[in-house]
Ligand binder design. Structure first.
Ligand code: MN
Length: 245
């Protein structure tokens, strides 16, 4: 299975969280929220068969971690995966929006110059703006974008798909009718799964690292597929995403 957005280092024991993903044979993108967290994740995941580490600077932390942008740029050659990055215009973060935008644009420019990076992107209340920056600075062929927990409109989703974006879907997205109807409109060959652990909770407890079986079931029933066919589709989509052709 595939968990393309999980904060393994926000669980109590990072090594244990990595082991859980390996034992389950779940291909996992361990996203990070600050550049300073990257190396420890890489060290602990160095022997992992299934875990890859993203270099991140979370939009909600850009304001206080602005001084880590040069570190982000220095570490970028060490990884193909970038995340969590993006924009957040929710009520608590709107006032840092200019800074966020400047950081996100610098990150996209750096990724485009290295080429072939794969980004896990946060886009709370900013889908159109995120897509504007991606279209301008990371056009098709210079990198790939996976929109994590996408909550934009159907029109924005279709624009994202035409720009080549993938979508990583978590089980919390099925809690609203709007989320379910959006998922139905996404191109099946662009779907990945994610936990966004430990932020997504199940009955008051954080979802486990790599625990994507339920979202695969929800996707299958929403799209009218068999669970194992859905699982295989997501694995195939991941293979296409990471292929270098
Ligand atoms: Mn996240």
């Amino acid at each position: 299975m595939v968990d393309f957005h999980c904060h393994l280092d926000l669980y109590p024991d990072l090594a244990d969280a990595i082991g859980t993903c390996d034992d389950a044979r779940t291909a996992t993108l361990a996203v990070t929220t600050t550049p300073k967290a990257f190396r420890r994740n890489v060290q602990l995941a160095s022997k992992s068969e299934f875990v890859r580490v993203g270099l991140g600077l979370h939009p909600q932390l850009v304001h206080e971690r602005w001084n880590e942008l040069p570190l982000f740029e220095a570490l970028l050659p060490e990884t193909r995966y970038v995340g969590e990055v993006g924009l957040d215009a929710g009520p608590q973060h709107y006032r840092t929006f200019e800074r966020q935008t400047e950081a996100f644009r610098r990150i996209l420019i750096a990724c485009a110059s290295h080429r072939d990076k794969i980004l896990s992107v946060h886009s709370v209340r900013t889908a159109s703006k995120v897509l504007d920056h991606v279209e301008e600075l990371l056009p098709r062929g210079s990198g790939k974008v996976v929109l994590h927990w996408f909550s934009g409109s159907a029109a924005e989703a279709s624009r994202a798909a035409s720009l080549g974006c993938y979508f990583s879907i978590n089980q919390a997205m099925f809690k609203s009718d709007r989320g379910v109807s959006l998922v139905k409109k996404l191109p099946p060959d662009r779907l990945l799964t994610e936990t966004d652990g430990p932020f997504v909770e199940i009955e008051g407890h954080p979802i486990g690292p790599g625990d994507v079986l339920e979202v695969v079931r929800l996707l299958a029933s929403t799209l009218g597929n068999e669970v194992d066919d859905m699982r295989r589709t997501v694995v195939k989509n991941l293979a296409a995403l990471v292929s270098r052709t």
